[in-house]
Design a protein around this ligand. Structure first.
Ligand code: PEP
Ligand code: MG
Length: 744
């Protein structure tokens, strides 16, 4: 395309469209595209390299290089100029390829006579598919128009690949979305599940890429952008807090002239309106992968979301695509909010997220619902199609998409074994957790949602050791009203019957940010203004909550616990709030609980060293091991790099915990442990061995923990722990495992 004109570009696109429409095998189509492109651009060479596997590219079609090299020439990611384009996702445009850094000559291709080189990535929505190259003998750099024309061809190629246009006899590409794929992620919630994919946001399929009528396409784009703008404005009207910020960013993009202009130029060159949107979206995704700055990446995410909305408007493919949710749905999403997840509820068999974090609200909800969850499963939203067979291994953080027979049978064996174990646990449900040496351990469950309550009888828990009240606040779009809270707490107490429930007052801040509260920008939120600190500084919400608890009790006993208390004074001040609320209730003529037990979480090392008076004064203490451990080791519980670095069975930590046991026993204070470690059988028996005889955990953990306690001599295990400590071992885990193995 020496004159690089728009009409040339449109002509080429038209010819590509015809190629697509023709009945032809995949290889024939690829050959034709290289021929058409070289012809239209006036270059001697046009070649298509596609990924064979994650890091190998293969020459799949060429015009101008030796045909014998097709399907023979391969290169690794990063190797030569083609490999460089594939690795960086960036174009290489050079007049003198042999003198370029990293140039590698492939003798079988006969490319030594070509000097200039223009290579572009073939990618679809951030997914790399290959590289498209043109070469000429004459030494010259390619112009902006030529680059643009090749970009459009690359995009059409990517879309055609998505539509399966290159599959068939002698195919260059295997059919997409048909192969078995294993994706490695991170455990969000343990458990295994088999089912079929249900995409939270179904992919939009663009079938008409090319258009002869730019006027019409411009009009369609204009109307769609207008519709989008109106819908963003409507959403803005009802939004608040952080949501408002995101929507403001949406509005900024929806009004962005640059974005519109680029799409209109794409249309003028022959793309349909939806292809133009997708081209810009692909470019944004490619940028997203390279931007390190979290804020900028978020904005690119916003643009991506907006492009999706625009595509849905243009193609008429809403979230209601007519697809029916399978009976065994495994939810696939880039990310999901806790409210949306609750809407799906227990119907879901499993969840796989491309992003997410262990402490995210969605993960908390998944845990409460006991739905296996894998997070950080890269590419899952592009790889999976609605209805695909899928197996989720929440224990290992693995996802098997369209698994082959051997994986299916191995996985089913694993599920069957877990079911057998569950049966075993059911048989001990009514039995007390009594160790071989006659020590009674009390097992409670952690809860936070009404959805948790059916687990109380089914798990064999002796009560709720930790009710995280903040979940009721996190799953809503606005602050719950007092009466709503009274209803929720009442239902919790009603379904617990005579089993005790410990309500923890609001623990917000740090990772738990309420969507409707003004976010505070803190450098270290985990060490910041959170939990009881917020409760005491701005007591309005805590007072409302305490009042709701008092009323929900309807005269029954009530246990209240404060989160994140770091010093005695905070406990005293918080307790005074309860006393005040009781006095007010009395004055108003309301019944007050017959007995109120007030305790605190111990989540900061400082509280372990509080005065004797504190230990005598507080009625009970519950160790929040998740937070306590992160502060003890100075290792962020949310940071994948460090959160597993220090073992809970590290002797320093166990010795520290033993010190707390000692202090509580001296003052006769009831002590429990309610962090995640309480639900891990090996950790749980060690905690019990050092004297923690009240453990609160996820309901699903009660069976496995009880089963191990009943098979363990805790006195003997304590000796094993002491011996390992004596020997100077860093963690007692190896010795404990050895002992448990040999003792049967
Ligand atoms: C803890 O820190 O151990 C705890 C139970 O509280 P949360 O996990 O809700 O912070
Ligand atoms: Mg905590």
């Amino acid at each position: 395309m020496p004159d690089g004109s728009e009409s040339e570009s449109r002509k080429l696109l038209g010819r590509l469209r015809d190629t697509m429409a023709e009945e032809a095998a995949g290889q024939a189509r690829l050959d034709k595209i290289t021929h058409l492109t070289a012809d239209s651009m006036g270059t001697e060479v046009c070649s298509i390299y596609l990924f064979r596997d994650e890091d190998t590219l293969e020459l799949c079609a060429t015009e101008g290089l030796n045909k014998e090299a097709v399907h023979q020439t391969r290169m690794k990611l990063g190797e030569g100029l083609v490999g460089r384009v594939a690795r960086t996702g960036k174009m290489v445009n050079t007049a003198d390829a042999p003198s370029e850094r990293g140039f590698r000559y492939m003798p079988e291709t006969g490319e030594e006579i070509f000097s200039s080189f223009l290579g572009l990535p073939i990618q679809r929505l951030g997914e790399k598919l290959g590289v498209l190259v043109v070469q000429t003998k004459a030494k010259r750099e390619f112009t902006a128009d030529e680059i643009y024309a090749l970009e459009v061809v690359a995009m059409v190629l990517a879309e055609m690949a998505e539509l399966g246009a290159f599959v068939g006899e002698g195919a260059a590409l295997k059919a997409r979305h048909t192969q078995a794929t294993m994706l490695r992620g991170v455990t969000g919630q343990e458990g295994t599940a088999e089912g079929h994919v249900w995409l939270h946001e179904p992919r939009v399929v663009v079938t008409n890429l090319v258009s002869d009528d730019p006027e019409r396409e411009r009009e369609r784009l204009k109307a769609a952008v207008e519709k989008l703008r109106v819908s963003v404005d409507e959403m803005l009207a009802g939004a608040s807090g952080e949501q408002l910020e995101v929507l403001e960013a949406y509005r900024m993009f929806a009004n962005s002239k640059g974005w519109r202009k680029r799409m209109e130029e794409d249309i003028d060159r022959g793309l349909s309106a939806e292809a133009a949107v997708e081209k810009e979206q692909s470019a944004a995704r490619a940028r997203m992968a390279q931007v390190a700055d979290a804020y900028l990446r978020e904005r690119l995410h916003d643009l991506d979301d907006l492009s999706n909305r625009l595509l849905r408007i243009l193609t008429g493919q809403g979230s209601e695509t007519g697809a029916e949710m399978p009976t065994d749905p495994i939810l696939i999403a880039r990310n999901i909010g806790p409210g949306e997840l609750l809407d799906y509820g227990r119907r879901l068999k499993g969840i796989v997220l491309e992003e997410g974090s262990v402490g995210s609200h969605a993960a908390i909800v998944a845990r409460a619902l006991a739905i296996p969850l894998v997070i950080h499963a890269a590419r899952i939203t592009t790889e999976a199609l609605n209805g695909d067979h899928i197996m989720v291994d929440g224990d290992q953080g693995l996802v098997h998409l369209r698994p082959d027979e051997s994986v299916v049978s191995a996985f089913r064996d694993k599920i069957a074994m877990q079911a057998q174990a569950q049966e075993r646990y059911a048989s001990i449900r009514q039995k007390p957790a009594m160790s071989l040496c006659g020590k009674r351990v009390h097992l409670f469950m952690n809860a936070g949602l009404l959805a948790d309550l059916p687990s109380l009888p089914s798990s064999g828990a002796e009560g709720v050791g930790l009710f995280r009240t903040e979940l009721q606040f996190l799953i809503r779009n606005q602050m719950p009203r007092r009466n709503e809270l009274v209803e929720v707490y009442k239902r919790v107490l009603d379904s617990a019957g005579d089993k005790p429930v410990v309500f923890r007052t609001l623990d917000i801040g740090s990772d738990k940010v309420l969507p409707y509260m003004k976010p505070t920008d803190e450098p270290n939120p985990a060490l910041g203004w959170r939990a009881i600190r917020v409760g005491l500084d701005k007591p309005g919400v805590m007072r409302m909550q305490i009042q709701a608890l008092l009323r929900a009790a309807e005269g029954r006993s009530l246990s209240v616990m404060f989160p994140f208390v770091a010093q005695y004074e905070e406990f005293r001040a918080a307790r005074a709030e309860v006393d005040k609320a009781v006095a007010i209730e009395r004055k108003l003529g309301h019944v007050v609980p017959e007995k109120i037990t007030i305790g605190t979480m111990l989540e900061t090392p400082s509280l372990a060293y509080a005065s004797k008076k504190f230990f005598e004064d507080v009625e009970f203490i519950s160790i929040g091991g998740n937070d306590l451990k992160q502060f003890f080791f100075a290792a962020d519980r949310e940071n994948e790099r460090v959160r597993r670095r220090y073992d809970t069975l590290n002797v320093s930590f166990l010795t520290f915990l033993e010190g707390i046991v000692q202090r509580c026993s001296e003052s006769g204070t009831s002590l429990s442990f309610c962090g995640e470690d309480a639900g891990r059988p090996i950790e749980a028996v060690c905690l019990a061995a050092i004297g923690l005889h009240r453990l609160s955990m996820r309901p699903a953990s009660i069976g496995p923990v009880k089963s191990l306690i009943m098979r363990t001599d805790l006195d003997a295990l304590y000796d094993v722990i002491c011996d390992a400590r004596e020997r100077g071992e860093q963690s007692v885990r190896a010795s404990v495992l050895d002992y448990l193995r040999w003792s049967g």
